[in-house]
Design a protein around this ligand. Sequence first.
Ligand SMILES: NC(=O)CC[C@H](N)C(=O)O
Length: 216
Amino acid sequence: MTPTIGVLALQGDVREHLAALGAVGARGVPVRRRSELDAVDGLVLPGGESTTIDKLLRIFELAGPLRDAIREGLPVYGSCAGMILLADRIAGGTADQRTLGGMDVLVRRNAFGRQVDSFEADLEMRGVADGTTRPVRTAFIRAPWIEEAGPDVEVLARIPDRWADGTMVGDAAGKIVAARTGRLLSTAFHPEITGDTRVHGMFVRMVEESNREGVR
Ligand SMILES: NC(=O)CC[C@H](N)C(=O)O
């Protein structure tokens, strides 16, 4: 059966995620209320501004239910600001900023610094297997990175030492930019705006697997 996957629609690039989910055969629906959250098989936390989404989650009274849903095994994919929201710990957050948590990682906000605020890159990523070794086309927009990851976190992608044109990467080299823990998936980058839908495909498979397992 076609899985129904919500996109948290409080702020951020919701429409692009809905389109990417549709392109890989899922039914994407916006989620703004508790009743909508209860009706989905999985959820995408889009990129945007993590401090704003955090505030809106509390105003819309979704923070608690979403935290519970994550603990109960709801599959969630967080991109960029979404990666920050899924992290147990953040560096560079504002004083009152909270996260939903669930992933045993320390995430640094706006980690890539000014010079490379935004860029696109081709990255090797584990788990997007489509029968080829084609790298994933990614876009980083004031992106975070994962600075520390606990033992249960599977690292799916890191920034390489050199970019494709041969230039050295610098501080970002080796930093984790895609990871998975159980039913939680996160990427520092936005695959939904490059036309490469394989990360969404991977998430849809995670949701289908969780539907088959039938927990929750
Ligand atoms: N593209 C993004 O989602 C940027 C994330 C943003 N810099 C934040 O800290 O929330």
